[in-house]
Design a protein around this ligand. Structure first.
Ligand code: ACO
Length: 332
């Protein structure tokens, strides 16, 4: 092992609720059409959690799959990090519920709130802890029950979001050629108004007014966010490639936060790559915020689209505004 140790992903897992919310069903709820949703976003359906399921329930299932894939016993996990904007409750952390359900007695546990960048931010925290020697086995989960904060009267947002969870185990790489090669994280709080849930925090606690004014649901400036992502996505890719002395042709697959087919098409054009080098499953799962990157990664791994030695690029962007990228050479 090299020093400082290089972190790598040793197991992936995901869990999607059974209930499917199709565009046809949304047509009965708001003034929209399957044709509009498909052509503007690329989304056909999303999954919706059962009414008795919370973020920790989905997250625990995804975590079990990831631990199994990594061959790691829950009692050997050092830290559990949960990225979510739909925690089971404001306090305690959803990571603590997951820790308890897994019986991960030795692990300390906390949540991070970075919306759609939450998972990539979490990978950077895990990488730093492993490099610092303060943790050997990090269980990182992205889990969301966004259907609880989506306004099903607002056609501009309710068509986008779905529920689900994904997880990875990160450990020091046995082979120093593998693991995280480069990463870059960003935030710009001046863009907070582009997407937020205004009610329920210390600025506007829950009240009759906050409920009446639907302040506990997502509010979004879709067009501005669209422009933001189209701009930062190719910039992040170029920056990481330059930093790690790689070319776009070295990258086997780009796994971005699943946001909009048209955004990915524009980014692929700007990068001069075919659109299929950017992984997409948003047609079937929609935008699952912090869960979207690990759900996508697990699908890529299960489809055997990554071999040891392949380069894979992760991209997150969303509320905050926050954005971040990570280049990983796949392998243990
Ligand atoms: N069905 C039919 N018409 C609709 C719908 C709908 N579901 N939603 C909006 N429209 C209408 C609008 O009212 C508008 O009508 P108007 O021209 O008469 O005013 C028209 O369609 C165009 O609206 P735009 O908002 O300009 O549509 P756009 O092409 O930008 O698509 C979309 C909207 C899909 C939301 C797009 O802007 C987008 O994907 N933005 C990025 C959103 C995003 O990335 N969010 C998440 C990032 S952060 C996170 O994941 C937490």
């Amino acid at each position: 092992m090299t020093f400082p140790p290089r972190a790598t992903i040793t197991g992936t897992g995901s869990h999607l609720p059974e209930e499917v919310l199709t565009n046809a069903r949304l047509e009965q709820m708001v003034d929209t059409s399957d044709e509009w949703i498909l052509s503007r976003t690329g989304i056909r359906e999303r999954r919706i959690a059962a009414s008795d399921e919370a973020a920790s329930d989905l997250g625990t299932r995804a975590a079990c799959h990831a631990l199994e894939a990594a061959g790691v016993d829950s009692r050997d996990v050092d830290v559990i990090i949960c990225a979510t904007i739909t925690p089971d409750m404001p306090s305690p952390a959803t990571a603590c519920f997951i820790q308890h359900k897994l019986g991960a007695d030795r692990a300390w546990a906390f949540d991070i709130s970075a919306a759609c960048s939450g998972f990539v931010y979490g990978m950077e925290i895990a990488r730093s802890m492993i490099a610092a020697g303060s943790a050997r086995r990090v269980l990182l989960i992205g889990t969301e029950v966004l259907s609880r904060i989506v306004d099903y009267r607002d056609r501009s947002t309710c068509i986008l979001f779905g529920d689900g969870a994904g997880a990875v185990v990160m450990e020091p790489a046995r082979d120093p050629r593998y693991g995280v090669l480069a990463s870059r994280m960003y935030a710009d709080g001046s863009g907070w108004e582009m997407i937020n849930v205004p009610g329920g925090g210390s600025r506007t606690p829950a009240s009759e007014r906050s409920v009446r004014e639907r302040m506990h649901f997502f509010r979004m400036q879709g067009r501005n966010l669209f422009k933001f992502v189209v701009r930062v996505m190719p910039d992040m890719v170029r920056e990481l490639l330059a930093e790690s002395d790689r070319s776009i042709d070295d990258i086997r697959i780009i796994i971005p936060h699943q946001v909009n087919y048209r955004i990915f098409k524009a980014a692929a054009e700007r990068l001069g790559i075919p659109t299929d080098r950017i992984f997409m499953n948003l047609d079937r799962v929609g935008n699952t915020t912090a869960a979207s990157v690990p759900i996508a990664l697990d699908e890529v791994v299960r489809d055997r689209r990554l071999d040891p030695g392949d380069f894979v690029l992760f991209l997150g962007f969303g509320a905050g505004l926050t954005w971040g990228s990570m280049l990983v050479r796949w392998g243990r």
